[in-house]
Design a protein around this ligand. Structure first.
Ligand code: GRF
Length: 217
């Protein structure tokens, strides 16, 4: 099997990255994680990646001042150096320009801690609680130039419990993230996901087949 070469971009602790690395340890997984790159040189996830014998690169946005294009060129160069075929954003806290994103059509994936299109952006758990939403969750989607707006590949939902605070809800959603991100990457790496009219089809079928409710989470 020709496993897809995956690069993961992180900015922090990298628990989703770790979940992808864990899944890809299985030789039958259709993707291998060959690079973890971060815009933060001391991101905790880089140490985790190194401990798993995965190549790492620090491409610090701060080194490029306000020149986002130069930062993205450096990022692109790192991805090309490692012959990356698919990119997974996993807590990568920089917005990527259309120029960058358009180089990776249907090959750039993100995980967002909310059920998109609800709660784009930051502080999703706090906003979900404030909204009175009864169901919350996480979304894996292809990245497009508009933030948190690309075609949904997979979602996982949790019930919002009475008495939940932000930390409790975040922890349960994170469990779901760790479960759906490897599943979504697997489908994409297998070439089973297609975007038609802005929506993902999996094996030619509409995406509700890829929703999961995790009642225990
Ligand atoms: C996750 O909640 C992810 O959905 C969001 O940023 C967080 C990153 O956490 N994009 P981790 O670094 O994967 O632990």
């Amino acid at each position: 099997m020709n496993r897809k070469r995956v690069g993961i971009l992180i900015s922090g602790r990298g628990s989703n990255m770790a979940a992808l690395i864990e899944a890809a340890k299985d030789k039958s997984f259709p993707a291998e994680i060959v690079l973890v790159a971060s815009n933060v040189a001391d991101a905790g996830g880089l140490a985790t990646a190194r401990a798993a014998s995965i190549a790492t690169e620090a491409v610090e946005h701060s080194a490029f001042g306000k020149d986002r294009a130069a930062f993205e060129r450096a990022l692109q160069a790192a991805l090309e150096k490692h012959r990356i075929e698919l990119v997974c954003l996993a807590g990568f806290m920089r917005l990527l320009s259309g120029d960058f994103v358009n180089r990776w059509p249907e090959r750039l994936i993100n995980i967002h801690p909310a059920l998109l299109p609800a709660f784009k952006g930051l502080d999703t758990h706090k906003r979900a609680l404030e909204s009175g939403a009864k169901v919350h969750g996480a979304t894996v989607h292809f990245v497009v130039a508009e933030m948190d707006a690309g075609p949904v590949i997979m979602q996982g939902a949790v019930v919002v419990r009475a008495g939940d605070d932000e930390a409790a809800l975040a922890a349960r959603v994170l469990t779901v993230e760790h479960r759906i991100y490897p599943q979504a990457l697997k489908l994409v790496a297998q070439g089973r996901v297609r975007v038609v009219d802005g929506h993902c089809l999996i094996d030619g079928k509409p995406v509700p087949d890829s929703a999961s409710l995790v009642p225990s989470a």
